[in-house]
Design a protein around this ligand. Structure first.
Ligand code: 6PG
Length: 464
C-alpha cells in the first residue's frame, strides 16, 4: 500500500483485520484524479465492510489525507471508525477529529512505526482518538501489533492528536539516535582509520550490550555492505546529504512552541540540513581548522569512550523526547502514560532498544518523574559514562570533527545540573534594553533597574 514517509510497505491485508475493517489505499498525483478515485474506492470499500466499519488509511500527509477522509466520511455512518495511520501532523489530527466527530463517525489518528519489517512482523502502534473508538479498535490493533515480552506494542495513547504527537516525537528521537550513531562512526573512522567493515564489527559487538537496538543492528549491516559496481564500501559511494520528510522538524518546531529544550533532536535535524547544502559546504572547504586529526593512543580505549559517549548522549535524547511528550500532555490535556509509551516502543518500531525497558521501569517507579535523566538507573549510567563523554567531545572539538549531537547533549546535561546559569545575566541585559524586569534571589517581587538614570532599583507594579 502507499503511505507517508517510510511506511511504504505496510500491507496488512484486510483479511487479517477483524471483521468489518480494512485498509484503504490512495496513490494519485493529480488532486482531481485523486478525489475521484478516492471517492469511487471509498464507495466500493464501504459496501464491502460489515458494520460498524473500521478503515485504516495510510496516505501522504496533508491534503491527500484530507481527500481520503472526506471520501470516507461521505460513505460511512455514525459509529464507524476512520483511522489515519500515516505520519500526520498532530494539529491536523486534532482538527480532523473535531470535524469528523460532528458526523458521529469516530476519527482516530494512529502513529505507526516499523518500516518494511514492521509491515511484515507487526509495527508499534500509537493510537489517539476517543475511548469509544478504542473499545472497537483496541482488539484489532492488538492483533496486528508487534509483541514485546508477551505484550502487544499498542496502547491508547490519549485523545485526539495524542497518538500522532507521540509518533512525531518517536521520529524526533529516531533522528537524534541516527545522528549520534553517525557521529560515533565518523569519530571511530577518523580517529582509528578502521574500515567501514571493521567498524561494522564494532557496532555488531555494541549490539550485544546496553546499546542493543535496531538502529545499531542495521548500522552494522549498512557499514558491511560493499558496492557491487565499484567494490568500495557502499557508505563511501552514497552521497553524504541526508534527506528528511519533516517529522524531525515538526518535533523541534513543536518543542520550541512548548518551551522544551530538545537540543539533541534539534542538532540532529540541523545536521541533516547542513549536509544538504552542497554549495555552502563547497565554498567552506578551505576554512581554517586544526592541522592534526584526533590523536588516539589506545584504539580499544578510544572506541570504548565513543561507546560510552553514545550511550550518555542517547539517554539525553530520550529524556528530551519524553520531556516534550510530558509538556504536550499538560498543554493539550492528554493523559499519556510515559511508561506505557516506552513499553510500546520496545518492539516493532525504528527506535526499539533494550533500554526502553529501563525507561518504562523509571516511569513505573515514579510516574511524574520531572527529568528522566535523574531516575537512579540513568543517573548511575551518566556517572559511569561522563568521563568518556567529555573526552570524546573534547577530542572532536580539538580535532575539528563535527559532533553536534554529542556536544549539545553534554551541554544540555551540564546546563541542567548547573547550580547557577548565566540566564541571570540575560535577564539583566533584557532589563537594560527593554525594561523587561527581573526577579531577585533574596526576596519576592518583580524589579527594574533605572539603567539610564541613577541606576537605582524599582519594584515594578505593572510588569511587561
Ligand atoms: C517509522 C519511521 C517512518 C519513516 C520516517 C523517515 O517509524 O517507521 O520513522 O515514519 O521512516 O518518517 O523519516 P525521514 O525520511 O524524515 O528520515
Amino acid at each position: 500500500m502507499s503511505s507517508t514517509g517510510g511506511l511504504t510497505s505496510i500491507s496488512t491485508p484486510a483479511s487479517s483485520l477483524s471483521s468489518g475493517s480494512s485498509v484503504a489505499n490512495c496513490e494519485e498525483s493529480s488532486e482531481a484524479g485523486m478525489k475521484w478515485s478516492a471517492r469511487a474506492a471509498a464507495r466500493k470499500f464501504a459496501a464491502s465492510l460489515s458494520k460498524p466499519r473500521t478503515a485504516i488509511i495510510m496516505v501522504k500527509a496533508g491534503r491527500p489525507t484530507d481527500a481520503v477522509i472526506d471520501a470516507l466520511v461521505e460513505v460511512f455512518e455514525p459509529g464507524d471508525i476512520i483511522v489515519d495511520g500515516g505520519n500526520a501532523l498532530f494539529t491536523d489530527t486534532i482538527r480532523r477529529e473535531k470535524a469528523v466527530r460532528k458526523t458521529g463517525i469516530n476519527f482516530v489518528g494512529a502513529g505507526i512505526s516499523g518500516g518494511e519489517e514492521g509491515a511484515l512482523l507487526g509495527p508499534s502502534i500509537m493510537p489517539g482518538g476517543s475511548d469509544e473508538s478504542w473499545v472497537t479498535l483496541g482488539p484489532i490493533l492488538k492483533s496486528i501489533a508487534a509483541v514485546a515480552e508477551g505484550e502487544p506494542c499498542v496502547t491508547h495513547v490519549g485523545h485526539d492528536g495524542a497518538g500522532h504527537f507521540v509518533k512525531m516525537v518517536h521520529n524526533g528521537i529516531e533522528y537524534a539516535d541516527m545522528q549520534l550513531i553517525a557521529e560515533a562512526y565518523d569519530l571511530i573512522r577518523r580517529g582509528t582509520g578502521k574500515t567501514p567493515a571493521e567498524i561494522a564489527d564494532v557496532f555488531a559487538q555494541w549490539n550485544t550490550g546496553e546499546l542493543e537496538s535496531y538502529l545499531i543492528e542495521i548500522t552494522a549491516e549498512v557499514l558491511r555492505q560493499v558496492d557491487a559496481a565499484t567494490g568500495r564500501p557502499l557508505v563511501d559511494v552514497i552521497v553524504d546529504q541526508a534527506g528528511a520528510k519533516g517529522t524531525g522538524a515538526w518535533t523541534v518546531q513543536t518543542a520550541l512552541s512548548l518551551g522544551v529544550p530538545v537540543s539533541g533532536i534539534a542538532e540532529a535535524t540541523f545536521a541533516r540540513s547542513l549536509s544538504s547544502h552542497p554549495e555552502q559546504r563547497e565554498v567552506s572547504q578551505n576554512l581554517p581548522g586544526p592541522s592534526e586529526g584526533v590523536q588516539v593512543a589506545d584504539v580499544d580505549a578510544f572506541i570504548e569512550d565513543v561507546r560510552l559517549a553514545l550511550y550518555a548522549s542517547k539517554i539525553v535524547a530520550y529524556s528530551q523526547g519524553f520531556d516534550e511528550i510530558r509538556a504536550a500532555a499538560a498543554e493539550y490535556r492528554w493523559s499519556i502514560g510515559l511508561g506505557a509509551v516506552a513499553k510500546i516502543w520496545r518492539a516493532g518500531c525504528i527506535i526499539r532498544a533494550q533500554f526502553l525497558n529501563r525507561i518504562a521501569d523509571a516511569y513505573q517507579a515514579e510516574p511524574d518523574l520531572p527529568v528522566l535523566l535523574t531516575a537512579p538507573y540513568f543517573a548511575d549510567a551518566l556517572q559511569r559514562t561522563q568521563g568518556a563523554w567529555r573526552r570524546i567531545v573534547q577530542a572532536a572539538a580539538g580535532s575539528g570533527i563535527p559532533a553536534p549531537a554529542f556536544s549539545s547533549s553534554l551541554a544540555y546535561y551540564d546546563g541542567l545540573r548547573a547550580e547557577r546559569l548565566p540566564a541571570a545575566l540575560i535577564q539583566g541585559q533584557r532589563d537594560f534594553f527593554g525594561a523587561h524586569t527581573y526577579q531577585r534571589t533574596d526576596k519576592p517581587g518583580t524589579f527594574h533597574t533605572l539603567w539610564s538614570a541613577d541606576r537605582s532599583e524599582l519594584e515594578a507594579e505593572d510588569t511587561h
